[in-house]
Design a protein around this ligand. Structure first.
Ligand SMILES: NC(=O)c1ccc[n+]([C@@H]2O[C@H](COP(=O)([O-])OP(=O)(O)OC[C@H]3O[C@@H](n4cnc5c(N)ncnc54)[C@H](O)[C@@H]3O)[C@@H](O)[C@H]2O)c1
Ligand SMILES: CCCCC=O
Length: 486
């Protein structure tokens, strides 16, 4: 599996070990690592190891699991800059942002460590002194399959609740970003999880299929595109396995004329340009009330043109290269089509060639703001997954709500207004799992995250995720004699 990236940095102070991979020498701008794909045999071995580890781990008390997760969180915090550097090389996002990802990662482990000790069932009194109780039990060997945009964070958002509940997890990262999750495996081991409890397998669709179809896999948590999510669902249906699907989006961001304009403009940039625009919950349909359209657009364009693009490892950089050349071409294709369909490019939307000759082969583009957009345009209907904001204007609250919901996706949505009643009324009407009022794309781990409609189901983060990684056993206890019908 070849990885293309323009960065020239050694991978990590401790290279991950193991017989099934090998790194290529790091050369400027090209392949940074080569991995062998895990086939059926490796997947079977990983499941076998995970099953053995599950036997040990699932018997531990919540407090014992809590201590191990806290230790893993501590190590991540201690190695924050190193992991962020690897993530930047892995994905291309700026080091500034990669540090945020690592922070939400260790916070996630801390959060579920906290919940691990308090997981409990119920005691239910029945007639005649009999009673029942429930036990919250783990599922077994869970599989996590990740996308390439938040490689380390996705692995933590899946593994932390899985492990806290007493499960084992086998994680398959995207073949475009296979590196950083190896550090997580190393950290869990150092923190004291039994060998094999958190296992990484590398590969693409075929490896993912072996995992999903494996008879000893109890659950699949998937982050990726809608078409792949649909395939995961089919495979899980064969084995009647529960799944969590974190899929794509085309989320609305609604800016009312009574908003704090400066915050709304900052919010629109946060909603569109993090991680080169490659963010599932991005608010790419920016609906702006007519009265402030001109002023808002002018400010958005000014700030967008100021985004510093370049070497993602430099402190000042805020936008790095896109994930790979085919994806860059796909994003540019959306912009070309938008122009053909009548949209106007106010800034960006073209390839960017940094001055530094070392970066000339990188997959850079200038962040793009489109205006004169209509709801029927491809750029407004389809997930682009790149730095492209479409601005649309609206008149009334009822009109914008209907247009905002007119999509098969339902991952996220945002509203900027100073009118507190309107803010809550509008979010109540929005068909989206993650709604923001007067901010966008902040992700506190205490809050559940996940979609409506084709954006998936199940949740990550928050207390509720415990329910997606555990099952309830009911025990009915008779204290008297059996009252038989026979
Ligand atoms: N909702 C969320 O939390 C969230 C977060 C990040 C990304 N995403 C979405 O992910 C997409 C981009 O990521 P991507 O291009 O990596 O998605 P993708 O669907 O192409 O791949 C995701 C993962 O699935 C694996 N895979 C591919 N085919 C498979 C198969 N048949 N069986 C099993 N596994 C298979 C891939 O190797 C990869 O690890 C976007 O649509 C984005 O919105 C969603
Ligand atoms: C902001 C983090 C959400 C991850 C989706 O791509």
């Amino acid at each position: 599996m070849a990885l293309n990236h323009r960065a020239a940095v050694s991978l990590s102070r401790k290279e991950p070990r193991g017989p099934r991979w090998r790194f290529c020498p790091v050369l400027l701008g090209r392949v940074i690592a080569t991995f062998a794909c895990s086939g059926e045999k490796e997947v079977n071995l990983a499941v076998q190891d995970a099953k053995a580890a599950f036997k040990i781990w699932s018997q531990k008390s919540g407090m014992e699991r809590c201590r191990v997760l806290l230790e893993a969180a501590r190590i991540i915090r201690e190695r924050r800059d190193e992991i962020a550097t690897v993530e930047t090389i892995n994905n291309g996002k700026s080091i500034f942002e990669a540090r945020w990802d690592i922070d939400t990662s260790w916070q996630c482990l801390e959060y579920y460590a906290g919940l691990a000790g308090s997981m409990a069932g119920e005691h239910i009194q029945l007639p005649g002194g009999s009673f029942g109780y429930t036990r919250r039990e783990p599922l077994g060997v869970c599989v996590g399959i990740g996308a390439w945009n938040y490689p380390f964070q996705i692995a933590c958002w899946k593994s932390a609740p899985a492990l806290a509940c007493g499960n084992a997890m086998i994680f398959k990262p995207s073949p475009f970003t296979p590196v950083s999750v190896l550090l997580l495996a190393e950290i869990y081991t150092e923190a004291g999880v039994p060998p094999g409890l958190f296992n990484v397998v590398q590969g693409g669709a075929a490896t993912g299929q072996f995992l999903c179809l494996h008879r000893d896999v109890a659950k699949v948590s998937f982050t990726g595109s809608v078409p792949t999510g649909s395939k995961i669902m089919e495979m899980a249906a064969k084995g009647i396995k529960p799944i969590t699907l974190e899929l794509g989006g085309k989320s609305p961001l609604i800016i009312f004329s009574d908003c704090d304009l400066e915050n709304a403009v900052k919010g629109a940039l946060m909603a569109n340009f993090l991680t080169q625009g490659e963010v599932c919950c991005n608010g790419t349909r920016v609906f702006v009330q007519k009265e402030i359209l001109e002023k808002f657009t002018k400010e958005v364009v000014k700030l967008t043109q100021g985004i510093k693009i370049g070497d993602p490892l430099l402190e000042g950089t805020r936008m790095g290269p896109l994930i790979n050349r085919p994806h860059l071409e796909r994003v540019l294709g959306f912009i070309k089509l938008a122009k053909e369909q009548g949209a106007k490019v106010l800034c960006g939307g073209d390839v960017y060639v940094p001055e530094d000759p070392k970066l000339k082969d990188g997959y850079y583009m200038r962040p793009c703001v489109l205006t004169d957009c209509r709801d029927d345009m491809t750029c407004v209907r389809e997930e682009i997954f790149g730095p492209v904001m479409s601005i649309l204007s609206f008149d009334t609250e009822a009109e914008v709500l209907e247009r905002a919901n007119n999509t098969t996706f339902g991952l996220a949505a945002g509203v900027f207004t100073r009118d507190i009643q309107r803010a809550h009324r509008v979010v109540a009407g929005l068909q989206a799992g993650m709604c923001f009022i007067n901010n966008y794309n902040v992700s506190p781990v205490e809050l559940p995250f996940g979609g409506y409609k084709k954006s998936g189901f199940g949740r990550e983060n928050g207390r509720v995720t415990i329910e997606y990684y555990s099952q309830l056993k009911t025990v009915c206890v008779e204290m008297g004699d059996v009252e038989s019908a026979f």
